[in-house]
Design a protein around this ligand. Structure first.
Ligand SMILES: Cc1cc2nc3c(=O)[nH]c(=O)nc-3n(C[C@H](O)[C@H](O)[C@H](O)COP(=O)(O)O)c2cc1C
Length: 250
């Protein structure tokens, strides 16, 4: 099984799936992961899965996706920014776990038919995103390659993620590894709206750009990515919740 850091290196948004069901043991692992994440966060993530091959269990936009989807997670949580950030943070934990198990995933907030799914949504909450899961085709079709290349064109350079009096190369390795992980991570329409402020030896995750109402999802994702990167450089810790919140080393 891959480590979380290795999962960060290999993960890309999978938009082309094999006609293959996920094995029951693997589904069991995902289900346990979701139960643990819900228990810790108070969110209401749900795993929906088709028992057999045939019809997709969710209708994805054919402009963006190919192949049947037999399993997906619905990321359900409150509508406020705190919940939105949690959805991002715990959703990315789920994505990295699925990646470690060899599955393809994609964060999807918009490009699917919302009427094609039935999900339990408690009062005052909503489905923020869905995460289709399955096995990526061995070869990524040209169309999906082009979609990714077009969106990833907007990639920023690592030094653009840093707000500090210090030059990028002079920052400690855990800051640079954390930023590398954020850069490699997913963000809505690849807006990469989260920077790292590094000041007096402390790191803060900051939204520098508003992003279509999904910037708090992106903040949570970036925080998780940074934590894994920093840990890879020997600095384990976690961010406090909220915008411009501090990274607390353990
Ligand atoms: C919160 C969020 C929502 C997203 N929504 C969609 C979507 O509706 N459709 C889609 O095709 N990709 C969606 N994506 C995937 C991003 O486009 C993708 O992560 C980004 O372009 C970076 O590419 P990569 O994940 O392949 O590294 C979403 C990503 C995030 C984080």
């Amino acid at each position: 099984m891959l480590t979380e850091w290795e999962a960060i290196q290999t993960r890309i948004s999978c938009r082309s799936y094999q006609d293959r069901l996920i094995e029951p043991e693997v589904l069991g692992e995902i289900k346990s992961c979701i139960d643990a994440l819900n228990a810790e966060s108070g969110l209401h993530f749900q795993l929906l899965t088709a028992g057999e091959k045939g019809q997709s269990i969710i209708k994805m936009s054919p402009a963006m996706f190919s192949g049947p989807i037999y399993t997906f997670a619905a990321l359900v949580g409150g509508e406020d920014p705190v919940s939105s950030e949690k959805v991002g943070y715990y959703g990315q934990k789920l994505v990295l776990y699925a990646t470690r198990l060899g599955l393809g995933t994609c964060w999807v907030a918009g490009t699917y038919d919302k009427n094609s799914i039935t999900v339990d949504v408690p009062e005052g909450e909503k489905v923020w995103d869905v995460i289709p899961m399955g096995y990526a085709t061995d070869k990524v079709p040209l169309k999906q390659k082009m979609i990714r290349a077009a969106i990833r064109k907007s990639d920023r350079k690592p030094e653009q993620f840093l707000e500090s009096d210090m030059g990028y190369a002079d920052t400690p390795e855990w800051i640079r590894k954390g930023i590398e992980a954020i850069l490699k991570g997913p963000s809505a329409v690849n807006q990469q709206p989260v920077n790292i402020v590094y000041k007096d030896g402390k790191a803060y995750a900051k939204i520098w750009k508003d992003g279509r109402g999904l910037q708090y999802n992106d903040l949570g994702i970036a925080k998780r990515q940074f934590e894994v990167g920093a840990a890879e450089a020997g600095m384990t810790g976690h961010f406090l919740p909220g915008d411009e919140a501090e990274f607390i080393p353990e």
